[in-house]
Design a protein around this ligand. Structure first.
Ligand code: NAD
Length: 420
């Protein structure tokens, strides 16, 4: 078994464990537990792609729909050498709870292709995407399952998927994906939405815990779509971003990093390392840097039993999916470090994806101001529900978010009943 298999298997087991703990807390009916913890549909596809040198390479991809009792399945697609069926299962299940905690009428899904995007030319990337889209076209559609960008996928890739499905149908099907470019039916504010949601959550939870926000020392792991937007919004709001990282390494500046400069530097150099005025550290050191707010915004399994005792922060906000293992969660609980769970913290993306889908179906498009206001309102409402659940039941924020989400999906499942 490869190391990545060990990691991803434990990620899925971790997500199941979080569900089991919440189900126990809620005293959920045993039969309902079995239904809710089992993925509804799982598709594995193997497909050939013609490479630029004329050779043919086989790729493996996945699409998993975890639960569709509250609406069509929704979830991103990631391109990663670590992508596996178990990882996609875990992420699909998280999507079910994420949509439910926000009260969005969707079920949970996720997709992935086992590929290192950096090895492909743009033409190869397009051929791979169009073929993968064709392979999973038996499952996706505006009323069935709506993909979106995730790690190493973006608006361009969504445009190719939308175009492929539209070519199959003979007419435009914009609502088959979200996170598209605005020019073909994407939503204003979608690119920034996940980071904006993380920012809103960090600000509101800090306020609730009476932690100062303006002037807070913030550490962010990952400087991609989510991490960079979060960093910029927090910087603009007066937080001090003292450490940032990407896959190549991390940078530290106790006086605060100018995030706009960092964005410009990454555009020019492709990485953060070498940003003038900053000191190079490792990603492991970054996580252990003393700070007020720690935001893992890269990938899963970053805060584990191996480093949880050395994390020196007052608040963790999970911008990435699954960055904290269940073992680390227990340690943080014992140490009194609150963890805002992924299913709430990074739900801004799926919320604006929902807005994009609604706009696409109505062919009536909103201003960025309206998108951001509506996002703020939905996030505020959900944060309020989760904080209330946590306070009244005296449970950690993750369990509170799961409780809100699971109760909604459980009720929908009970009301619909079992067919036939
Ligand atoms: P991205 O590909 O745009 O950026 C990922 C960033 O993390 C990059 O800076 C990359 O260099 C860095 N990175 C990757 N592996 C790393 C590692 N092992 N150590 C340190 N840095 C590493 O991806 P993204 O869209 O920003 O997604 C980041 C996380 O947020 C993922 O967990 C994703 O599932 C989650 N998420 C994304 C969205 C979205 O709308 N994009 C929505 C919800 C959740």
């Amino acid at each position: 078994m490869a190391i990545s298999d060990v990691m991803t298997t434990s990620f899925y087991q971790g997500v199941l464990r979080q569900f089991d703990t919440a189900a126990e807390l809620l005293g959920l009916d045993q039969e309902l537990r079995v239904i809710l913890r089992t993925p509804k549909r799982e598709l594995t596809v193997n497909f050939p792609v013609r490479m630029d040198d004329g050779s043919v390479r086989m790729f493996q991809g996945y699409r998993v729909q975890h639960n569709v009792n509250c609406g069509p399945a929704k979830g991103g697609i990631r391109y990663s050498p670590e992508a596996s069926l178990d990882e996609v299962r875990a992420l699909a299940m998280l999507m079910t709870w994420k949509c439910a905690v926000l009260g969005i009428p969707y079920g949970g899904a996720k997709g992935g292709v086992n590929v290192d995007r950096r090895e492909l030319s743009k033409a190869e990337l397009e051929r791979l995407t169009r073929r993968y889209a064709t392979e999973i076209s038996v499952l996706i559609g505006p009323d069935l399952d709506i993909p979106a960008p995730d790690v190493n996928t973006d608006a361009q890739i969504m445009a190719w998927i939308m175009d492929t499905l539209s070519m199959h149908s003979g007419h435009n099907v914009p609502a088959v994906v979200t996170g598209k470019p605005v020019v073909i039916g994407g939503s204003e504010g979608r690119v920034e939405a996940t980071g904006r949601g993380v920012f809103i959550v960090a600000r509101e939870v800090a306020k609730h815990l009476s932690l100062p926000f303006v002037g807070a020392n913030v550490v962010i792991q990952g400087f991609g779509n989510v991490g960079s937007v979060t960093a910029r919004l927090m910087h603009d709001a007066g937080c001090k971003i003292i450490a940032l990282s990407d896959i190549y390494g991390a940078i530290y500046n106790p006086n605060g990093i100018d995030v706009n400069l960092a964005l410009q530097y990454v555009k020019e150099h492709g990485k953060l390392l070498g940003l003038p005025g900053s000191q190079e550290i490792t990603n492991a050191q970054l996580l252990e840097t003393p700070c007020d707010i720690l935001i893992p915004a890269a990938t899963e399994g970053q805060l584990t039993h191996a480093n949880a005792d050395r994390i020196q922060t007052k608040l963790i906000v999970e911008a990435a999916n699954g960055p904290t293992t269940p073992e680390a969660d227990v340690i943080f609980q014992k140490r009194g470090i609150p963890v805002v769970p992924d299913i709430l913290a990074n739900a801004g993306g799926v919320t604006v994806s929902y807005f994009e889908w609604v706009q696409g179906r109505e062919n009536f498009f909103w201003s960025e101001k309206r998108v951001n206001e509506q996002l703020e309102e939905m996030m505020q409402t959900s944060i309020g529900h989760v904080l209330h659940e946590a306070d009244t039941k005296a449970i950690p924020l993750r369990m509170a978010a799961y409780a809100v989400a699971i109760q909604r999906v459980a009720l929908a499942t009970e009301m619909r009943g079992i067919y036939p």
